[in-house]
Design a protein around this ligand. Structure first.
Ligand code: ADP
Ligand code: F6P
Length: 319
């Protein structure tokens, strides 16, 4: 193996830079050259790339986002787009490709694998909905961002005896909302995986208000409803004044936590080693604190990562 490529695709997350750094340093140690493809599959189609030497990846460990940049590319979903991507890979003469991203990007990785490209996928998405890995890159940092914000909001909520609806990311996944609710001591987590009765919630909030509690925090996954709509429906029924905070893309950025830096370093190293061993068409992930590999076919065919345990924990804790 003489040369490999690496790209970051889909929604960015903290830890991508640390992972690129690890893959590059591992490859250079094995005398393998590395090419960074810019802007995900869009850059792969266009041939937008840079050489990655050790200087190119120095000083990036602590930076959120991805210095290779990311993008969404509808064109890559088409056979013509994938042909153009193959042409770039041939031109670059890479012997393998590492792809960081969420389930969409990993579907793209599987498509390239089926076209004969040696690929390794790395799960990187704050949604934590990718199966066969306990954690995806960026999840821990996003959760820490959310908890910081919720703690701040709780302070001001208490001062004014208010309820807050805090909207977090997760179009189809309630992982961030349920774990954030557990870790912040929130009253409710409204998630796509679990139905809820808003009038019952209103009654409980009203009871809470009448008992003299000074705040209430409802964490809402964006896929369930708009925070403002939930707030509008409950505001006259609960006693508390109600406010809404949409955390939005704040959640996706910032310096990665130690957990994400370490996970990124382990996954980047393993991805290169898998390519060198000729063991491709796989995703590397974390299971019981070990780095494990699962075929991309199984990852993409598999159910979304089950959220049952967190939802059950939330339920037991009365959230
Ligand atoms: P994420 O990787 O964060 O889930 P997306 O779902 O937007 O983000 O996917 C990122 C990119 O991956 C898409 O813009 C597209 O280029 C590619 N992609 C997504 N799904 C597929 C698919 N089924 N086949 C091929 N490429 C795909
Ligand atoms: O996949 C991660 C994610 O952060 C989702 O939770 C969110 O809905 C989506 O990406 C938004 O991404 P963008 O604004 O980049 O399209």
């Amino acid at each position: 193996m003489k040369k490999i490529g690496i790209l970051t695709s889909g929604g960015d997350c903290s830890g991508m830079n640390a992972c690129i750094r690890s893959a590059v340093r591992t490859a250079l140690r094995l005398n393998i050259e590395v090419v960074g493809v810019k802007k995900g599959y869009l850059g792969l189609i266009k041939g937008d790339h840079i050489k990655l030497d050790s200087k190119a990846v120095s000083g990036i460990m602590h930076r959120g986002g991805t210095f290779l940049q990311s993008a969404r590319s509808p064109e890559f979903r088409t056979p013509e787009g994938q042909e153009m991507a193959l042409a770039t890979l041939n031109e670059l003469q890479v012997d393998g490709l590492i792809i960081l991203g969420g389930d969409g990007s990993l579907s793209g990785a599987l498509a390239l694998h089926k076209l004969g490209v040696p690929v390794i996928g790395i799960p990187a998405s704050i949604d934590n909905d990718i199966p066969f890995t306990d954690m995806s890159l960026g999840v821990d940092t996003a959760l820490n961002n959310i908890i910081y914000a919720v703690d701040c909001i709780k302070d001001t909520a208490s001062s004014h005896a208010r309820a807050f609806v805090i909207e977090v990311m997760g179009r189809n996944s309630g992982y961030l909302a349920s774990v954030a609710a557990i870790a912040s001591g929130a009253e409710y987590a409204l998630v796509p995986e679990r139905s809820f009765d808003l009038s019952e919630i209103c009654q409980q909030l009203r009871h809470r208000f009448e008992e003299g509690r000074d705040n209430a925090i409802i964490i809402l996954a964006e896929g369930v409803a708009k925070g403002q709509d939930i707030a509008d429906s409950i505001k006259d029924a609960i006693g508390f004044e109600t406010r809404v905070t949409v955390l939005g893309h704040y959640q996706r950025g910032g310096a990665p936590t130690v957990f994400d830096r370490l996970l990124a370093s382990r996954l980047g190293k393993k991805a290169v080693e898998m390519l060198v061993a000729g063991n491709h068409g796989m995703m590397v992930g974390l299971a019981c604190n070990a780095i494990v590999a699962t075929s991309l076919d199984d990852v993409i065919k598999g159910e979304k990562r089950p959220q049952d345990e967190m939802l059950r924990l939330a339920e037991v804790l009365g959230i």
